[in-house]
Design a protein around this ligand. Structure first.
Ligand SMILES: Cc1cc2nc3c(=O)[nH]c(=O)nc-3n(C[C@H](O)[C@H](O)[C@H](O)COP(=O)(O)O)c2cc1C
Length: 345
């Protein structure tokens, strides 16, 4: 089974993706990037866009994701990204439900206009040599399931594979995925399809893929809290139980992550961004709550590192390096930045 890391705005940075690749992800996608900005940019790009376009040496097969609704602009942007010679695929976003995307007719708004989707897909496929992947939701709402029609158009246009989030725009990120509707999309095309939206724990991946009738899954939120989920899924495939991730591994991954994030953005911002990962990765370890209170005040990588090393030393001395499942309180799919007191401790 192939397992991809999903595109997540504000989260799937090159630093984060590199961890997932090291844990065995078969592919990943950048955060979404506005096509208009890419099409406009010539030689010099704004630092924010430059950060979105980074690729680390540890990364494997990487797609770059474009958000837009104008076929000509999407085609121009895709050609620009191809010319960078840095990406293995172009991915087109037809699923983003955020108000700002919908208001401008982007992302999931396109699901209401299959004809326009077809134009975009044909324009992009015609503009690049790189394989093109489509990421889409089932439709606007339960009464308007347009994904089978759009998926067929994608295949006809030359799209090589599809990631299907099994929810409608109306569902946003909650509620059950509609496996029946996903199977209708599966039946409509013969190109590879990745099922997305129902992997919370490692054991869910094979069952989700089997129920939809596909050989691959795409994982978003679950990887944010456990990037080792890719390794755990592999272990299950081999018939082995998931390995317990103790404090030493969790701290080591965090510090590797923090060092890489500091290479791609100013140290103060990178350290601030790492706070939520400290809480997510360390939840269930004794004293994680107290550590988090101190991590909130850290401004440099050295401070961040020292706090975590001290935390780990304390756990080793107390012979208490295992995660206590009963102390995990956060919802595994909730990606709001954690608030104090929500942490286990
Ligand atoms: C914080 C966040 C940001 C996201 N940003 C994007 C994005 O930029 N492009 C995209 O195609 N999907 C985006 N998604 C959707 C995910 O790729 C994925 O389809 C969705 O979270 C369902 O998968 P999951 O249940 O495994 O998280 C985002 C999801 C989250 C939670």
């Amino acid at each position: 089974m192939r397992c991809l890391l999903a595109s997540m705005d504000g989260m799937s940075s090159a630093a984060f993706r590199s961890l997932c690749f090291e844990y065995g992800a078969d592919g990943a996608t950048t955060e979404m990037i506005g096509a208009a900005g890419v099409a406009r940019s010539k030689g010099r790009r704004a630092p924010v866009m430059e950060a979105l376009l980074l690729r680390r040496p540890e990364e494997g097969e990487l797609a770059v994701q474009l958000l837009g609704n104008d076929p000509a602009i999407m085609a121009k942007a895709a050609a620009r990204l191809e010319a960078l010679g840095r990406f293995d695929r172009i991915e087109i976003n037809m699923g983003c439900p955020a108000r700002v995307a919908i208001r401008s007719g982007n992302g999931a708004a396109l699901l209401r206009d299959p004809e326009r989707c077809g134009e975009i897909l044909r324009a992009v496929c015609g503009a690049v040599e790189l394989p093109v992947r489509l990421k889409l939701r089932l439709g606007w709402d339960a009464e308007h399931i347009t994904a089978p029609e759009i998926a067929r158009m994608a295949e006809d246009a030359g799209v090589g594979e599809i990631i299907l989030h099994g929810r409608t725009k109306a569902q946003m990120y909650a509620g059950p995925v509609d496996v029946e509707a996903m199977r209708r999309v599966r039946a409509a095309v013969s190109i590879p399809l990745y099922a997305n939206g129902a992997v919370v724990r490692p054991g869910d991946a094979a069952e989700f893929a089997r129920s939809v009738g596909v050989r691959g899954v795409c994982i978003g939120r679950a990887a944010l809290k456990s990037p080792w989920i890719f390794d755990d899924i592999r272990a299950l495939e081999r018939g082995e139980p998931s390995r317990e991730r103790g404090a030493a591994e969790r701290v080591e991954v965090l510090l590797r992550f923090a060092a890489r994030l500091c290479e791609q953005k100013p140290e103060r911002y990178a350290v601030a961004e790492m706070r939520k990962y400290s809480l997510w990765f360390l939840e269930g370890l004794t004293g994680a709550d107290a550590l988090f209170e101190r991590v909130k005040r850290a401004e440099t990588l050295d401070e961040y590192r020292a706090l975590h090393e001290g935390f780990l030393d304390g756990l080793v001395r107390a012979n208490d390096t295992r995660v206590h499942p009963e102390m995990i309180r956060s919802n595994p799919l909730d990606t709001r930045p954690p608030r104090p007191g929500e942490a286990a401790g």
